[in-house]
Design a protein around this ligand. Structure first.
Ligand code: HEC
Length: 233
């Protein structure tokens, strides 16, 4: 009889605690959130959602097609989900890199107007939500996509060489030909240039900034980041 009781209580606890932590507590917190009225005519706010350049719209499709979201997330962990203190704000990569831009945690509205919401599956590579703030010049980004290992030997990012083409130099070399040395260098008389897909992808990456002013002020989520002090240089 006691064994049955222990078994039954154990079973109940196994279901009860996850249910409490994963469903009841987040639900209780989210229920308290107030809806924010969107007023597109509010003159104190810029256009919302912020206009996205055409090239970024095309690049978004390449990002999806190439499976970048398998390794890169685009979400700065919100504080209202799950247990509050666990890796709160995870994904604010530029703070680690000492780029003095402080961004807020991601809000659902940040994905508004996107064809896909690239939340991501795993954080194998850095979070790209606000990559636009720390992106290098396009040429460096091309070279990184072409051969990630030439930047960091430990990089597990695959090479995206199929987004580039090697062609014979005819007359003047192309202005955006990749500057590569050593084993990655193109054959004599050849140059490696980005295809239209690579250009679109880089255009997309360089405009990634998920911290637009939200209608209604971005609520409490915006405050901690804005109030934090910039990293010491
Ligand atoms: C197998 C996992 C994987 C995939 C798939 C992948 N990456 Fe990466 N990526 C990484 C890792 C790991 C790093 C960090 C090391 C480095 O810089 O190479 C990284 C770094 C980066 C960086 C530099 C980030 C920073 O903060 O400096 C960019 C930009 C990037 N990846 C873009 C892409 C794009 C675009 C794709 C799809 C075409 C992609 N990645 C696919 C693993 C991946």
């Amino acid at each position: 009889m006691t064994r049955f009781r222990t078994f039954f209580l154990g079973l109940a606890a196994t279901f009860f605690f996850p249910w409490l932590i994963l469903i009841v507590l987040p639900h209780a917190r989210m229920r308290a959130m107030q809806p924010v009225a969107v007023d597109p005519a509010d003159p104190t706010k810029g256009e919302y959602p912020p206009p996205v350049p055409n090239i970024a719209k095309q690049g978004e499709k390449i990002y999806a097609r190439e499976g970048c979201a398998q390794c890169h997330s685009q979400v700065v962990r919100p504080t209202y989900l799950g247990i509050d203190s666990f890796k709160r704000g995870w994904g604010r990569e530029q703070e680690n890199l000492n780029v003095p831009v402080l961004t807020r945690t991601t809000q659902p509205m940040d994905y508004y107007g996107e064809t896909y919401a690239f939340l991501g599956v795993e954080r194998n590579g850095p979070d790209l939500s606000n990559y636009g703030y720390r992106a290098p010049a396009a040429t460096a980004l091309y070279a990184h996509l072409y051969s990630p290992k030439s930047f960091a030997w430990w990089s597990t990012m695959p090479s995206y060489r199929h987004l580039f083409e090697s062609r014979k130099i005819q007359g003047q070399p192309s202005a955006d030909a990749l500057v590569l040395t050593g084993e990655h260098a193109p054959a004599d008389g050849h140059e490696i240039v980005p295809t239209a897909d690579a250009r679109a992808l880089v255009g997309y990456l360089m405009t990634l900034k998920k911290d637009a002013d939200l209608p209604g002020g971005g609520a409490e989520e915006a405050a901690p980041a804005a109030a934090a002090t910039p990293p010491a240089s």
